[in-house]
Every structure is written in C-alpha cells, then in structure tokens.
Design a protein around this ligand. Structure first.
Ligand code: TYD
Ligand code: MG
Length: 461
C-alpha cells in the first residue's frame, strides 16, 4: 500500500513540513500551512492497491517521431466571445483545462455563462456554489437560455464525472474548484488536498475525452489563487479576471498559457445585461476626461500587444509641517512613485518633499510597465506648478535614476493609437524618436526628464 501520512503544506510555496507552525520555514509566509496528506495520489483505493502490487495503472506511452504526431488536436476552437478568444489566442483547445481566477463578485460566473451561451455545441455548467435556480435566473438576465446548455448543482467529484459521462458535453464549466470535493479524500472542500486532487482528476478526464474544461478559482486577499501553487502547474491555462469593483471595466489576462502567448489583454464592460466586449478601450478611458486641468496627461500604455490610452492624474498639496506628507498611488506602483519623486528632486530640481502627493490612473487600470514613468513625472510637475499641459499632448518613456529617458517598447504602435484619437504632439525619449514617423503627429525628443519638462512648458530656464 502507498502510505498516507499527515503533513502540513504551505499554500504559498507548496513545501511540505512535518509539523504545523505559524510561519512557513521555506518561504516565510504567515499562516499559510494547512493540513495535507503525503503520498497522496489522485487514484481510487482499488487503483492504489493495484499500484502497490506493482501493476501498471495505464498502458505505457508509446514514443513517436515528433512529425508523426497529430497537430490538429490542439487547434483552438473559437468560443464566440471575441475578447476571450483574443486572450486565448483563438479559443479553447479540446482537452485543455483552464483556470479562471478572480476576486469574488468580479464577474467570473457571468463571463462563463456567457461563454456557454456563445459556444456552438452542447455544454454543461456545474454549479457548486449557487443553486441551479440562481444560475437559471442569471442566465435569463444574460439571454443565455438555450436547449443545449445543461446545468447541474453538484459538489461531489464522482457525481460530476458521472454527469459529464451522461450529458456528453463539448465544454464543461466547474464553478468553483474550491467548492467541489472528492468523497474518497478525507478532507474538506477547498483544502489543498481536495483542490489539487480534484484538479488532477479533471485534467485526466479532459485529456481522455478531448473535452475543454474551465475551472473557476477564487483568489486570496493578496491576489494569489487560493490553493497551492501546484494547481497552476496542473492546468494548461491560467486566466485572471481583474478590475475595480466600483468601475465597470474588467480586464482578462492569461497568466500562463500552454497553447499561446500570455501577452494579450481582453477588455469587458460590466453592464446590466452582463459583460460587453470593449473593442475600443482608449475611447472608453478618455470619455470623461476634462482637458485643461493641471496634473492630467494622457499616456499611450501598452498591455501585451494592445495599446491603451489612459489618463494619468496627479495632485500635490503642501502638507502641514509636523506630519510626514502622504503619498498615494492608484494604478501605479507606490515604490515607482517614490522613485520618480526622488528623481524629480535630484535631477530636475522639483522638490515635493513637503507635499502630499496623489497619483492615479483613471478608470481602474493598473499600469505595470515603466513606459508610464514620464507621464507620471509630467503630471506631478503640472500639478505642483498649477500649469495645465497641452490638450493635444501625449508622452511615454521610462525614467532612469540619473534622470535619463529610455525608450518604452513599441513606441510607434503606442503613438499610432494616440494619433488615431486625435493627439498631435508627443514628448518621447530621444532614442525612440530616431526611426519613427507618425502621420499627423509631431515628435518632440528629450534626453532627460528636465528636458521633457521644458518641452512641455512646465519649467522655463
Ligand atoms: P458574478 O459573475 O457572480 O461574480 P463572481 O462569479 O466572480 O463572484 O458577478 C457578480 C457581480 O456582477 C454582481 O455584483 C452583479 C454584477 N452583474 C451585473 O452588473 N450585471 C449582470 O448582468 C450580472 C449577471 C451581474
Ligand atoms: Mg461566481
């Protein structure tokens, strides 16, 4: 028999420890150790017995020359949701398992119900959190009632597999992986052993039936997928559904994708009747912009291959001398904001150390790339000097510690998007201005932040 022994597994790094502790000895995470079983294999007791008797469980794989393998099997099948297909590089691959992660209430169930409604063939929705009636009500609201969408409220893995066997769907959604349980495992739904065991078993089913399966996964408060990291290794694709609760915009990204790039970004808007694709995001972001206000500038950012025009805003305010001035960053990294403030002080003689500083990206977008640096700097100085920036101006570029400007990737594509929306001036790093020509747009090259501030009309000498 394979020996099963209780151990404690870290949900952050996946390490197994013999004793429980408040802090993981391997990665240092607090309160991350949960009970698990070592020697656990996703097999039934009968299979475990045959394994321990030395019998092979599955026939051994047969090696073949690579060109003799059938490439057609992994051709993605379009889902019918344009933005989802964009992120997946065409659609869902038969036999693949996709994990859709996101905070509660962000719209995962809504997105997947719409996916089922758009899918051309028979589908099965397994709801383990909500009742079948609740799902039906939502489906009515989304216009997703159709005869080949099957629904079952089920939490047991055995029954789920039986349902797949009897319905024979071409696409299965399980909502969520943390709410289902394998009755053969002695632990609660959502525990590491359950999440991993169920996912393993579902991957086997997907491969054996050439069936695409999408699993919903909840994220923890710090943004990681609940359950051990191994879950991410088990599935083929990990998608992350993000957005600010109070904004309608939702961003879909691939965090891991075995069948294509992880560079694409999908954009949706949450409306009364479900999620709507947003093909022209820049227009949406700039819709409420009020030009002529100090501290505001438009930055052509790049999310994967997708250029997005977003408004960066800043506000500075002299702080009462006895308190440390507040710094608040929304949509940009707080550390990056601190660094840009330091560069402005040391390299461009703009001292904001006595000011409260607020910087934010409008519309609930998070800018992770350094290409927004120069935009943040111009917005800060525009706010501090109470000088509005020109309405037709955009800027992009990374700022180095020496105050030098470095080119941001794919500047031409960013500027083309800005030109499309009517912007006619761009302050960009001198190195990126060399080969670029954008019709209808004047490029103003700068070597340093200080030069860029002069070009923007924010400082005089
Ligand atoms: P839901 O898909 O249940 O989120 P998740 O599965 O990620 O927890 O979506 C929940 C939110 O979406 C809910 O607060 C209401 C909102 N919503 C709409 O605004 N419009 C709609 O048509 C639907 C179905 C939901
Ligand atoms: Mg849900």
């Amino acid at each position: 028999m394979v020996k099963l022994r209780t151990i404690y597994r870290c949900t952050d790094c996946g390490v197994a420890l013999p004793k429980w502790a408040g802090r993981c000895g391997a990665c240092g995470a607090w309160n991350s150790l949960v009970e698990d079983v070592e020697g656990f294999a996703p097999y039934s007791p009968a299979e475990l017995i045959s394994l321990s008797n030395g019998m092979a469980l599955v026939p051994p794989g047969e090696p073949k020359p690579i060109n003799a393998l059938d490439a057609k099997i992994s051709i993605p099948q379009p889902s019918g949701l344009e933005e989802l297909d964009r992120v997946l590089g065409g659609g869902l691959v038969p036999g693949s398992v996709t994990l859709l992660g996101g905070e509660p209430g962000i719209g995962k169930s809504t997105l997947l119900l719409q996916l089922l409604a758009a899918w051309p063939t028979k589908t099965l929705y397994i709801t383990a959190e909500e009742s079948a009636q609740q799902v039906r009500l939502r489906a009515e609201r989304l216009g997703a009632i159709r005869p080949d969408l099957w629904l079952v409220a089920e939490m047991s893995l055995t029954n789920i597999i039986a349902a797949i066997e009897s319905v024979k769907p071409q696409l299965v959604i399980i909502d969520s992986i943390q709410a289902i349980a394998d009755p053969q495992l002695n632990s609660a739904p959502g525990s590491v052993a359950q999440v991993r065991g169920c996912a393993h078993r579902l991957v086997q089913e997907a491969k054996a039936r050439d069936l695409p399966i999408v699993l919903v996964g909840h994220v923890t408060k710090d943004g990681g997928l609940a359950g051990p990291r191994v879950l991410e290794h088990v599935v083929d694709t990990v998608l992350s559904f993000e957005g600010e609760r109070h904004h309608a915009l939702r961003l879909l990204r691939a965090v891991k994708h075995r069948y294509g790039s992880t560079n694409e970004l999908g954009l949706f808007e949450m409306t009364e009747n479900g999620l709507r694709s947003v093909p022209d995001a820049s227009k949406l972001f700039l819709a409420d912009r009020r030009p002529g206000v100090p501290g505001s500038i438009v930055v052509p950012a790049l999310e994967g291959h997708r250029p997005l025009l977003v408004e960066v805003q800043a506000l500075t305010n002299l702080s009462p001398s006895h308190i440390t001035p507040r710094r608040s960053a929304q949509g940009i990294d707080a550390g990056r904001l601190a660094m840009l403030l330091a560069v402005l002080e040391r390299r461009a003689d703009i001292n904001l150390s006595q000011h409260e500083v607020f910087a934010s990206v409008v519309g609930g977008v998070k800018l992770g790339e350094p290409g927004a640096d120069l935009g943040v700097c111009l917005a800060l100085v525009s706010a501090a000097t109470n000088t509005p920036l020109a309405e037709n101006l955009v800027t992009c570029g990374e700022v180095g510690l020496a105050g030098e400007l470095r080119q941001a990737g794919n500047t031409a594509r960013r500027l083309a998007e800005a030109a499309r929306l009517g912007f006619t001036r761009a302050i960009i790093p001198a190195s990126s201005a060399v080969d670029i020509k954008i019709s209808g747009m004047t490029l103003e090259p700068a070597h340093t932040v200080a030069e860029a501030l002069k070009l923007a009309g924010l400082v005089t000498e």
